[in-house]
Ligand binder design. Structure first.
Ligand code: PLP
Length: 390
């Protein structure tokens, strides 16, 4: 018999839709993928070259469990140069993607039944990782005007004597909401007064379109804070699997122990590639950010023309999260019809989208505006047609 905690895991709905999309592609259908969160631009050329060089020169063995020193230094410099911060009170641990970092933090902090306050809608791995670590997810939903990111009072309402961790995600997946400095500081102050840990997932930190300054938890200096970042989104290096965690040295030493028994270390080759990427660019390039903003605006504007779809313009990440509940009502479905709607869109128009229910929020869609403007325009035309024929 398998471990009981595995039974609470489902194959992700995202995965099921992606599998079906791949099958349609194999059958020769022209599919437009607005489902996956894999950036459409290429990783920096210097990263590729450094990876190749690592292989050629034989830098292919185990590394320090917490990552090579030069890469950790490069990440520290990123925080100095991009955010004007000095994370020298903290240590940096390089991980095999942000996801591994998040999981290791859960392993470090959670005991049976400890509660973790999560945003809802959520990145699906959060509740799964909490449960795998024997914790209990507790969800806090924010207001629509804050793109559903929970405010300090919405989080505070969920605090119980069993709460151990608050997890925040800004810029957020799936809604694209972003905390400003005041909101971020308020949450840290709550954590301080309740003596809670905070995990701040900031993987999309380069993807902000409305604010001059992005609030990162590192700026708070909170001693019980863990800040998680990644090369996956800002450098489009999803397959290289390099992320990092920033936090107090005493916790990072413990995380490093966990990592040494888990992944041993991130891939040596990938670390060299990531080091080269940070040395070259520090963050998402300005031209790509501009292009994303243009695509966001265009797609939202077009979707808002469709009766029954309400698509706010989010300030961050690269997703739209339109409310399609009225549209579902028009065809006689309640909000749980969002999965059926994404299947109809895929079968009738070849456009892949993800239902909000995959993120704990039925009645919505997550749409990644990663392809080119031309492809996005084609996608909107197809979506409109599929809805008309539905
Ligand atoms: N956190 C969020 C909010 C994400 O959306 C993702 C990937 O989609 C991750 C973490 C995982 O990132 P990585 O590829 O670095 O493991």
């Amino acid at each position: 018999m398998l471990a009981g905690r595995i039974e609470s895991l489902r194959k992700s709905e995202t995965q099921e839709i992606n599998d079906r999309a791949k099958q349609l592609m194999r059958d020769g259908q022209d599919v437009i993928d607005l489902g996956a969160g894999d950036p459409s631009f290429q990783e920096p050329k210097v990263a590729r070259a450094a990876g190749i060089d690592a292989i050629k020169t034989g830098f292919t063995g185990y590394t320090e469990a917490g990552g090579i020193i030069k890469l950790r230094e490069a990440i520290g410099q990123r925080y100095q140069k991009v955010f004007g911060l000095d994370p020298s009170d903290d240590s940096i641990l390089v991980t095999a993607g942000a996801k591994a970092g998040l999981f290791e933090i859960m392993q470090l902090l959670l005991e049976e039944g400890d509660q973790v306050i999560l945003p809802r809608p959520y990145y699906p791995s959060y509740p799964a990782q909490v449960r795998l670590s024997r914790g209990e997810p507790v969800f806090a939903r924010g207001a629509p005007q804050n793109h559903y990111l929970p405010s300090v009072s919405e989080i505070e309402e969920k605090v119980t004597p069993r709460t151990k961790v608050i997890l925040i995600n800004s810029p957020g997946n799936p809604t694209g909401g972003v905390y400003n400095t005041e909101q971020g500081e308020e949450i840290i102050n709550l954590a301080r007064s309740e003596d809670l840990f905070v995990i701040s997932d900031e993987c999309y930190d380069g993807f902000t379109y409305q604010q001059d300054r992005f609030w990162t938890q590192v700026s708070s200096g909170y001693t019980k804070g863990f800040t998680v970042g990644s090369t996956s989104k800002i450098f489009a290096m999803t397959g290289w699997r390099v992320g990092y965690v920033i936090g107090r040295a005493k916790y990072m030493t413990e995380l490093e122990k966990i990592q040494s028994h888990f992944t041993s270390s991130p891939s040596s080759i990938s670390q060299k590639a990531a080091q080269a990427a940070f040395a070259h660019e520090l963050s998402l390039s300005e031209s790509i950010r501009h292009e994303f903003k243009r695509k966001r605006d265009l797609l939202a504007q077009e979707l808002n023309k469709v009766s029954g779809i309400d698509c706010p313009i989010p300030p961050g990440a690269f997703y739209l999260f339109p409310d399609v509940r009225d549209l579902l009502l028009e065809v006689g479905l309640d909000e749980s019809g969002d999965s059926q709607f994404t299947r109809v869109l895929l079968e009738k128009s070849g456009v892949v989208t993800i239902p909000g229910s995959a993120f704990g929020m039925p009645g919505y869609l997550r749409i990644a505006y990663l392809p080119s403007v031309v492809v996005l325009e084609d996608a909107v035309d197809r979506i409109k047609l599929a809805i008309e024929q539905w």
